[in-house]
Design a protein around this ligand. Sequence first.
Ligand code: FE2
Length: 206
Amino acid sequence: MYTLAPLPYAYEALEPHIDATTMQLHHDKHHQAYLDKLNAAVENHPELAALPIEALLKQLPAQVQTLPADIYAALRNHGGGYANHNLFWEILTPGGAKEPNGELAAAIATAFGDMAGLKTKLVDAATKQFGSGWAWLVVDEMGKLAVYSTPNQDSPLMQQHQPLLGIDVWEHAYYLKYQNRRPEYLEAVWQLLNWDVIAARYLTTR
Ligand SMILES: [Fe+2]
């Protein structure tokens, strides 16, 4: 059984950027629902249930021919949703470092010029993602930083990339406060990114 960790901060901790009601619904209802459906999908597959969620998502594409189609779809959608939201809560913080330092700062300078260059790429990917999905900063198979978006709950882990940060651009993440104004929500999320955590995630990929 996979489990839902409590938020690492209070529902209202990210105000005024993200409101408490959105946080409560997002974690307690949406994230919980992904978890419940993931657990239902692995109920009769103990070999899958035994895997850490990251390992399950990495090996999922190789199982597209062998798993029952409904189980494959459930793992992709709900396993992805479960893991993506675990990461999302982790890389947000009401305080914390506003800029990365160390090796991640150097890698960002190499890949994007500077933090403004990264922000432009990330906001662009998030804005242009049609419908629901996520925008990502990842370490790709060559060990390089990359920015892109994925539809629905697809995870970079499904293409063997390590996500460093992910921004949820499903409407459930922002509609109560921002309605259709996704760019305003993206600006708010940028203010909340916990670069200490993101830089530490980068070090684990080196
Ligand atoms: Fe979400």
